[in-house]
Ligand binder design. Sequence first.
Ligand code: NAD
Length: 416
Amino acid sequence: MSSLPDPFENALKQLEIASDYLKLDNGMKEILSNPKRILTVSLPVRMDNGEVKVFTGYRVQYNDARGPAKGGIRYHPAVTLNEVKALACWMTWKCAVVDIPFGGAKGGVVCDPKTMSAGELERMTRRYTAAIADFIGPYRDIPAPDVYTNSQVMAWIVDTYSQLKGYMIPEVVTGKPVSLGGSLGRDTATGRGVAFCTREAAKVNGLNLKEATFAVQGYGNVGSNYAILLQELGPKLVAASDSSGAVYSKKGIDAKQLLEYKEKTGSVVGFPGTEKISDKELLQLDVDILCPAALENTITKEVAEGVRAKMIVEGANGPTTPEADKVLEEKGVFVVPDILANSGGVIVSYLEWVQNLNRMRWSEEEVNTRLEKKITDAFHAVYKESKERKLYTRTAALVLAVGRVADAIRTLGIFP
Ligand code: NAD
């Protein structure tokens, strides 16, 4: 992993392109290049064998000019402060590009959840929550799930935070279980949003979805929900992967059955009727649509040179390096950038927060309808920007988003 680019450097390179285009002054560029607040915490946790292990956790609030900071929490052995900074930066642009009143944040704990028991994960989550409790809150910073965290982890955060404050405050996080005020539709929202973006991208590019093929890298929450929902619109899933490997079938793979198989066996590898291929082969398959939905930096310059997909719809955050972007732009691959494509999760998180603060409950249909409108409107705003200004789609999305955040900062003024 060490040879891969630093995600925060990638984020800053993207910001520079947008800031130059917007002709932002140096002061504004500097504000936008620096997180507002960085918290590093040490988390002593008693493990099942009786020993104490100390984990490192982070919470980065990148910018809150447009509203409370918002962003998920990641549990992964490769978490670094710079990764969390990058993800918090991208959250800022994501909330701005879809125009919801949040700033951007992200959290992470360096740990290997696959090797930890439920009890160890619960104790680590509670200690992390206690360590960041004074910095989060429904009007301050609202966490949510990300890689290897889920609604159960959110429930432990709600309980710990509420115990510390003395009353129930479920609105401190989103992505909660429905029984605790979680929104219907939140668990599938990110994948659903990626599917809506794919549908709109197909429309503007004249691609007939009924005859299209697609491949998904990372068959987790985002990737599997995406595959299941997109398959309903017509395209054929021909390849999928997870951290154990990738599988391919020319005839097509049933997305739902693949998920059931992964839930039963722990991996997509070995799914009947498929052959094993490498992750790189998956990314370079001759498909219409490619959805990277795993981690950052998977589409490097070298991978991009061999990409044969007509469009890339980014389920993951930061899957494409700036150098790969140049290659994809030259090749004319239509890219729906992460900050737009995977914004469905934060859009429905916003809807969850609104329901919680208003003590209301919407049906799943209502949530999905609101999500569809919000994300398709944002898609077309970005597409229009890219056409009118002749910009690569990622740059168009960033120009819209960074422009909105810069506007908010300018209007607030500099304190004191
Ligand atoms: P997840 O933990 O549910 O799934 C991640 C999947 O990626 C797993 O199946 C894992 O096996 C696979 N994976 C890990 N390393 C891989 C590799 N090297 N090659 C192939 N597959 C690999 O996580 P998720 O919530 O689905 O998140 C996936 C991506 O989507 C992340 O970049 C995350 O930041 C982004 N995202 C998630 C949400 C959300 O609501 N969950 C919202 C926006 C963006």
